[in-house]
Design a protein around this ligand. Sequence first.
Ligand code: GRF
Length: 186
Amino acid sequence: KKIAVFASGNGSNFQAILDQIKAGTLLAEIGLVVCDKPGAAVIKRAENENIPVFHFLPKDYDSKEQFEAEILAHLRKHSIDLVVLAGYMRLIGSTLLEAYGKKMINIHPSLLPAFPGKDAIGQAIDAGVKVTGVTVHYVDEGMDTGPIIAQKSVEITDEDTKETVEEKVHRMEHVLYPTVIQKILN
Ligand code: GRF
């Protein structure tokens, strides 16, 4: 089965998925990386592995429909079975939802429906919660609102700083996402 990873930044989740594939614990292939930030580190990571990358600048297009139509053409060209959003900082529009809606998942660094949107870890710390976590969910037209597939909790103690919470949450993401992807592909 072939997956596409959409990312805008560092790509540590992309890397975790790739590492599980290489280790033989995730039976899949990353057929495409889609990135809307031409300088992003995820692009280098993919190119180092000879994984095809489609990167684009949204402002070069008149509308979301236009760049999503181009993304869709790349997904079809590479026969992508599942779209995996991993730090893709953009809402998905109707063009991609109509084509891939039930085959598109996202990971978010909180226990949704708490703390959707940007800086979910900062939101959790500011709220003073003692437990936060990670959610994998299907994608719909909302911001971090689709049906929940899996969640894992992460504790916040008095000793934690934003950095240590981020480390714990990301470590949890890197375990949970490949596991959930495998389950969905099965
Ligand atoms: C992750 O925390 C993910 O949950 C969120 O964006 C971040 C992406 O990190 N949606 P990375 O680019 O995979 O390192």
